[in-house]
Design a protein around this ligand. Structure first.
Ligand code: PMP
Length: 389
């Protein structure tokens, strides 16, 4: 009604890295999770091609029956090592991993407590499980403690779920405190590392490396192949018993096809490069800090972003966020808006994904042009809102 172009489902005509081709225009891209620039890396491509030549494009069956390929275990062993864990299992989707595993691991006599900003897949998994579900305010571990004091005794098991790096705000929880709480209350702790692998810690090993906590203190490590690891799929790392349980009882593994071999090979290679080239992680850290510092210097509200790979620019109005995304697209920057109800209206925002491959100039320009366009928009949204009534 107000003539605003839909910012969603923009079609990218080729690999979306630090730059992307939309229509016939090349834009600076701040909307992809390719944190270390490994999607399309030549070695990653070669690994995928070799896997296609050997195995074809599909596992063609569940791994239990005829879908097991050597590359599955190779990838799982490498991922288990990241968490110093006994074992690991990969599934075909990150979302389905959370839904399937949480849905199966706890039941109606149990309690799931999670950060209010937790990913949808964890909420859906909790719903499937039939467990009671309570959330605590974002990163407020005092509130979590109070909740555990009040509720712990009523339940058989308690599962605490948090993310290693929150994908809306670019901040992370106090892992030492989470470990302390889970021990004191006899709970299980599950960490979703979707956005922290490749991003947190000197070598990109995630929140445990960043915080110096022994990874064995966490019961369930979950992550995805779709971000730093240039693939698609989810994984769980932990004890051999946990992995065995998943491999024999979680429907999303047992009754679903094995991970596509070229995807497994691509992610295996991406992980190898991540570990071999920590300078990528260092560059990402520098870029993340540069974005937040520059944005703040221009008076932008980046909320609690710590300066890693994810930074919001909070605008407080969905309409403004959508308009700004369109204006930025016209100025050569692809940045997605996050609108109500994905976040409360007062927290509507643009979300910037920073990668190791952005140049400092791209980052500084993006922050500067965003500030300029916000100033240009002042007052416009009120007029449009009145027109739309
Ligand atoms: N967990 C978190 C925290 C996520 O952000 C996402 C997706 N962005 C997922 C799980 C699901 O992963 P995938 O997209 O690889 O299915």
């Amino acid at each position: 009604m107000i003539g605003l172009e839909n910012p969603f489902f923009r079609v990218h005509e080729r690999r979306a890295g630090a730059e992307t081709l939309i229509g016939n225009r090349v834009l600076s891209n701040f909307s992809s999770y390719d944190y270390l620039g490994l999607n399309g890396h030549l070695e990653v491509q070669d690994a995928a091609k070799a896997a296609i030549e050997r195995y074809g494009t599909s596992a063609s069956a569940s791994r239990l029956v005829a879908g097991e390929r050597p590359i599955h275990r190779e990838l799982e062993r490498a991922l288990a090592e990241v968490y110093r864990a006994e074992d690991c299992v990969v599934l075909v989707s990150g979302h389905a991993t959370n839904v399937g595993v949480i849905g199966q691991l706890v039941g109606p006599k149990d309690l799931i407590v999670h950060d209010e900003l937790i990913h949808n897949s964890i909420v859906v998994g909790a719903q499937l499980s039939g467990a009671q579900r309570r959330s605590f305010p974002h990163n407020d571990l005092d509130a979590l403690e109070k909740l555990l004091i009040a509720q712990r005794r009523q339940y058989h098991r308690v599962l605490i779920v948090a993310e290693g790096l929150y994908s809306m705000d670019g901040d992370w929880p106090d892992l030492a405190r989470l470990v302390d709480l889970k021990k004191r209350f006899g709970a299980w702790l599950m960490m979703d590392e979707a956005h922290s692998l490749g991003v947190l810690g000197k070598r990109g090993l995630g929140i445990w490396e960043e915080t110096g906590i022994d990874p064995n203190e966490v019961d369930i490590w979950m992550g995805t192949l779709s971000k730093t690891l240039s693939g698609a799929g989810g994984y769980i790392a932990g004890s051999a018993a946990l992995v065995e349980y998943i491999k024999t009882s979680v429907g999303a593994f047992v009754f679903s096809v094995g991970l596509s071999p070229p995807v497994a090979a691509a992610s295996r290679k991406a992980l190898e490069i991540m570990l071999r080239e920590p300078e990528r992680v260092e560059r990402l850290h520098r870029n993340g800090r540069l974005f937040v510092e520059t944005a703040k210097r221009h008076g932008l509200d980046t909320g609690t972003a710590a300066g890693t790979a994810i930074a919001p620019v909070i605008l407080g109005e969905s309409l403004k966020a959508a308009m700004l995304s369109n204006r930025l697209s016209e100025r050569g920057f692809n940045v997605m808006p996050i609108l109500h109800p994905a976040v409360p209206e007062r927290l509507a925002r643009l979300r910037f994904f920073i990668t190791s491959e952005h140049t400092p100039e791209q980052i500084e320009e993006a922050a500067r042009v965003t500030a300029e366009e916000i100033a240009g928009l002042a007052g416009t949204t009120e007029v449009l809102q009145n027109l739309a009534k």
